[in-house]
Design a protein around this ligand. Structure first.
Ligand code: ATP
Ligand code: FE2
Length: 332
């Protein structure tokens, strides 16, 4: 069975083709990049509407198959921006109805975890999911994937992008912050905001921008932003591993591409006798393959949806989705 996965929760439209055994046959994506300011949801949705068809054709060509070979359509049902979600869900419904094949709505956050499991071969990890919109520590416990810690305000990638916008870095700014940080050395004073298992970033953004206005070196600011925020998320992830007695940590989301983050988390993992795994960058960022693969896992374990079940959920929670492909107590 070949599944077509459509990802479109925020600024990236992704089309993935995955077979029954988890072989990734194609994974195409395009990102909407605003020329000024942040993401405008309506513009992101228009971008996705324009790109879906050409991306679909390229993905089919990459895989060497045609529409008639598809047997399942999966799409990102939430969480995300309403206009982007609705545009991609509409395309998924149209494909399902016109091809006469089943449709499945997928929880985007769970898809990050499942693609990490299949491409890195970890079994039962704690996922540290760091993207623009999301910052969560997720793991399987008592029959569901659950959130053990999360941001109380903005996502970590969003902090880097907002900071970057103010200092004239283009969007997305994470890679430029990483590059500038390599030339920084002085650890400037920024608030370290870990609250129990949760973190918060907006106070750090305000403090960093104040230091910038007062003449601190940009390289030192980027260095300090990384050191402080990466320590915060590493601390929370470590606490989740300790509580859950898990010995694998998986990175996901665009910020997971950052080498300093990987270094910090891998040191923490080594000290605990645990393993860290990171998927290749195309599977860290939002992508269609993760939606296709999670759709297949759902379908294989008996999940079925009618068109009436495919309404998007902007605030879909990780623990609101049942995971029948993982039977209680197992990590298969
Ligand atoms: P989601 O819908 O899951 O919130 P997203 O739309 O933010 O995802 P992703 O592609 O997962 O999309 O992540 C993009 C984020 O990753 C941006 O905020 C970007 O600045 C950040 N990022 C990308 N590369 C790096 C890097 N090398 N270092 C730090 N941050 C990075
Ligand atoms: Fe994501």
């Amino acid at each position: 069975m070949i599944c077509l996965g459509l990802e479109g929760t925020a600024h990236t439209i992704g089309i993935g083709l995955v077979d029954h055994d988890g072989n990734i046959l194609a994974n195409r994506a395009e990102m909407y990049r605003p020329t000024v300011g942040g993401i405008h949801p309506r513009e992101a949705a228009n971008h996705h509407a324009k790109k879906i068809h050409p991306l679909l054709l390229s993905a089919l060509e990459d895989a060497g198959i045609s529409l008639s070979n598809l047997e399942l359509i999966a799409f990102s049902q939430g969480p995300g921006l309403g206009p982007s979600l609705r545009t991609v869900a509409t395309a998924a419904r149209a494909l399902s109805l016109s091809l006469g094949i089943p449709i499945i709505g997928v929880n985007h956050c769970i898809a990050h975890l499942e693609i990490g499991r299949i491409v890195t071969h970890c079994r039962d990890p704690v996922l540290l999911y760091l993207s623009g919109g999301n910052t969560q520590v997720i793991s399987y416990a008592n029959g569901r994937y659950r959130i053990f810690g999360e941001t109380l305000d903005i996502g970590l990638g969003n902090l880097l992008d907002k900071f970057g916008r103010e200092v004239s870095f283009p969007f997305p700014s994470g890679p430029l912050v990483e590059k500038a940080a390599l030339k920084g050395s002085e650890l400037l004073s920024l608030p370290y905001t870990v609250k129990g298992m949760d973190v918060a970033f907006s106070g750090i953004l305000t403090a960093a921008l104040t230091l910038h206005r007062n003449g601190s070196r940009l390289e030192d600011l980027c260095f300090s932003l990384q050191e402080v925020t990466f320590s915060m998320v590493t601390e929370v992830a470590e606490r989740a591993m300790a509580h859950l007695e898990k010995d694998e940590i998986l990175l996901g989301g665009g910020v997971a591409c950052n080498s300093r983050l990987q270094e910090m988390v891998s040191t923490m993992a080594e000290e605990r006798g645990a393993d860290m795994t990171v998927p290749p960058p195309e599977f860290c960022v939002d992508n269609g393959a993760m939606i296709a693969w999670t759709g297949l896992l759902m379908h294989r374990s008996g999940v079925r949806m009618g068109i009436e079940d495919t309404m998007v959920e902007q605030n879909m929670r990780t623990d609101s989705t049942e995971v029948p492909w993982l039977s209680p107590g197992t990590t298969a």
